[in-house]
Design a protein around this ligand. Structure first.
Ligand SMILES: Cc1cc2nc3c(=O)[nH]c(=O)nc-3n(C[C@H](O)[C@H](O)[C@H](O)COP(=O)(O)OP(=O)(O)OC[C@H]3O[C@@H](n4cnc5c(N)ncnc54)[C@H](O)[C@@H]3O)c2cc1C
Length: 369
């Protein structure tokens, strides 16, 4: 069978599933069905994140994907169906001691892949971001091309491109069984009926583990970790062009958002897949970490807050490729905290491997088999 004639079922309409469907359309796949248990796309992690495109990352293989993906996101191909606003406010990754040394190594690797990054002194950093005055830091890595993306528009662009190529999206369709026999997949059962498939793509985010179990695929341990984001009301002293600031020593970040600030305590308690409830302790953690990092940080009111899940594998690398045991079962999962940034490159790699290209061994599911 030619890959363009296969029947594809993609489980999940988050960034993993949507970007894969989009790139399958670019490759000429015709019979693609996306099944999403919720009534809308991006209900889970893909709609609850900070929307920050960050390219200086500690895992080199993920950094490569981030750089390629960011280029696509900033300059989508001609005919892209939804205008996607990108605000290149830049990022400052600040730290001290060993964490600072690690960030400098990440910056060096980013430079080698052609990214324009600079190492700044503490004085230059505080001049650019007065809120962190009083904090103890050895310096900052500045990346001017990082920025904030409109996540709803980006996700919608992937899905609309897939639909233009003929993909069908079914919302409110929960996959309850992946039917496999004689070593290969045959389709999926849903609460809306059976869908035959030659290829089943597991893009189920925090549920990727249970979906893999349904198929009898290689057992991969996934760890969904809850993270909170807090947003202040508009504050007249916040400058909208201030950069994103991540402190890797005290584990806290903030960025301008909707006229105020978005702040994150970088919490990561492991929970079951689902819609995670918020915890008041997260606000206490935010206050503690901000005070430890920047003793003079102003008191800010919190307007709204929410929690979402970041899903990791044991080695923190993504899982993109064919299952080594069940023919036709394909993984696009474990995107952790970088699934927006890397989405275009993840979708492109997944679609190319689905059409016969070699897997990237860094992401191959076979490493768990
Ligand atoms: C607080 C927070 C901040 C973040 N900030 C950033 C950031 O600034 N930049 C960045 O790049 N990344 C960020 N991330 C990470 C990013 O959001 C994720 O990596 C990405 O959204 C993961 O996408 P996904 O498609 O794998 O998962 P999801 O978005 O969870 O999508 C999986 C989908 O599968 C569906 N599904 C599951 N099981 C079934 C089933 N049986 N049947 C049918 N459908 C099913 C689910 O309903 C869901 O919609 C952040 C995450 C969080 C939580």
């Amino acid at each position: 069978m030619r890959p363009e004639d296969a029947r594809y079922v993609i489980i999940g309409a988050g960034f993993a599933g949507a970007a894969t469907a989009c790139h399958l359309a670019f490759q000429g796949a015709r019979r693609v069905v996306i099944l999403e248990q919720e009534a809308v796309p991006g209900f889970h992690s893909s709609g609850r994140n900070a929307g920050f495109i960050r390219q200086v990352l500690s895992e080199p293989s993920v950094g490569d994907l981030a750089a390629r993906s960011a280029e696509f996101i900033r300059n989508p191909p001609p005919g892209w169906p939804v205008p996607v606003s990108y605000n290149a406010i830049g990022s400052l990754i600040v730290g001290r001691g060993q964490q600072w040394e690690a960030v400098c190594r990440d910056a060096e690797l980013a430079r080698e892949r052609g990214l324009d990054v600079e190492c700044w002194s503490p004085e230059k950093t505080v001049a650019a971001m007065p809120l962190i005055e009083g904090g103890v830091l050895d310096g900052a890595v500045w990346c001017a091309s990082d920025g904030v993306i409109d996540i709803a528009a980006l996700l919608s662009g992937y899905l609309k491109t897939a639909q233009s190529g003929g993909a069908v999206i079914r919302y409110g369709a929960t996959v309850t069984e992946v039917r496999a026999g004689e070593g290969r997949v045959h389709g999926v059962a849903t609460d809306q009926g059976f869908v035959e498939a030659d290829v089943v793509v597991n893009a189920a985010g925090p549920w990727a583990g249970p979906v893999g179990v349904m198929a009898g695929a290689v057992p991969i341990a996934f760890h969904p970790r809850r993270r909170h984001l807090f947003v202040t009301p508009p504050l007249d002293w916040v400058k909208p062009d201030w950069p994103f600031v991540l402190n890797v020593s005290d584990e806290v970040y903030f960025q301008p958002s909707s006229g105020g600030l978005m702040l994150c305590p970088c919490d990561e308690d492991e929970v079951a897949p689902g819609d995670p409830p918020t915890r008041p302790e997260a606000l206490e953690l935010l206050a503690e970490r901000l005070a430890a990092a920047y003793p003079d940080f102003p008191d800010v009111p919190i307007g709204r807050y929410w929690a979402g899940l970041r899903t990791f594998t044991d080695d923190n690398r993504f899982v993109i490729g064919w299952d080594p045991g069940i023919e036709g079962f394909f993984w696009v999962a474990g995107l952790g905290g970088h699934g927006v940034t890397t989405s275009a490159a993840v979708g492109s790699l997944a679609a190319r491997v689905l059409f016969g290209a070699d897997e990237d061994p860094n992401f191959s599911p076979a490493r768990f088999g």
